[in-house]
Design a protein around this ligand. Sequence first.
Ligand code: NAP
Ligand code: MG
Length: 402
Amino acid sequence: MDKIKMTTPLVEMDGDEMTRILWKMIKDELLLPFIDLKTEYYDLGLEYRDQTNDQVTIDSAMATKKYGVAVKCATITPNAARVKEYNLKEMWKSPNGTIRAILDGTVFRAPIVVKGIEPTVRTWKKPITIARHAYGDVYKATEMKIPAAGKAELVYTNENGEETRELIHQFEGPGIIQGQHNICASIESFAKACFNYALDTHQDLWFATKDTISKKYDHTFKDIFQEIFDAEYKEKFDAAGIEYFYTLIDDAVARVIRSEGGYIWACKNYDGDVMSDMVATAFGSLAMMTSVLVAPDGTYEYEAAHGTVQRHYYKYLKGEETSTNSVATIFAWTGALRKRGELDNIPELQLFADKLEKATIDTIENGTMTKDLALITTMKDVTVANSEEFIKAIRKTLEASL
Ligand code: NAP
Ligand code: MG
């Protein structure tokens, strides 16, 4: 069989620890034998980020802007312990944060659904995709501890030096305050990314905030979504036979639990952080959650939702056997390859991505899986594969289907 040819390189962002080990296995076993893989490689492993003073992360994001599609391995976000462990020059920022800031995107997370791994919520039949606004609110907040009685105010000073003030609270004793912000341009691009992704994946879109309580802040999100929908998307949604609706966040939670799945749930930054972990866990496993950053200019960056699986890596370093689930990382590759195929009009590449995803799911449904899934499956007599055996089992299934 001839290898599939590519015309434009994928931006490849390598990463850290156990996922870096899986990354190489996936390429060697599941991609390189079948595709003339064209990538522009960026090493986002922590050592190289440190060597380049994190320039490599910025370069990889700029390359993503240039080529349009990237695939990213999980990376360490350094904390004090990592600074010591890797003898870092600085506590470098989260690569995902840096990349998001440059691409200005929205993160869509969806579980991979397989038979035998049943959602905790019985009614869920189809994946629920969480769209998380990746800018502002509590993640860019300024906080203050109030030591004793006094007045706290919000103050805005315009460019002419004129002030507008709102009382936050007249304190009679100690307390705490927090100032949050968001930017209309960022909310607009969030809304557009959600509407485009709904059209792209042919799913309904739900959006929910707490606008009844937050009559200015959350209400602005609601209004911006509605204005953009009415002006630019209503007709397209009608034509596609899909729906957009807004509801209160507490009503959305109730509806989500009663639903069958199969829609996109757009969330503000904090809601998306929390709800995506809840949805992933209730669907079975964080290791089965895909993640894609979609920028307003139509740039895509695919990754797994989980981290570098540090505990497994330390076992791997000691020469012990690991059984780390590579499914979400495989799906990051297939997502990126399919999108590249779509943009460059290479149907063989799209078909290959479909077949690799199917081979991965079939392997699990036929009873071979990693330990995390074996612990929760409803299937009897499953084969628990180690990290490498699982990828090799997928290769066998894949070869049979090609
Ligand atoms: P993690 O890597 O997601 O792993 C947490 C635990 O979840 C693991 O110890 C493991 O449980 C289980 N798990 C996650 N992925 C798995 C997989 N593929 N297969 C099997 N089990 C899996 O999170 P973490 O340990 O909190 O973070 C490790 C590093 O990842 C941190 O340095 C963090 O900064 C980074 N991180 C990166 C990203 C990203 O790049 N997108 C996201 C999150 C975290 P058991 O140990 O019980 O088996
Ligand atoms: Mg989280």
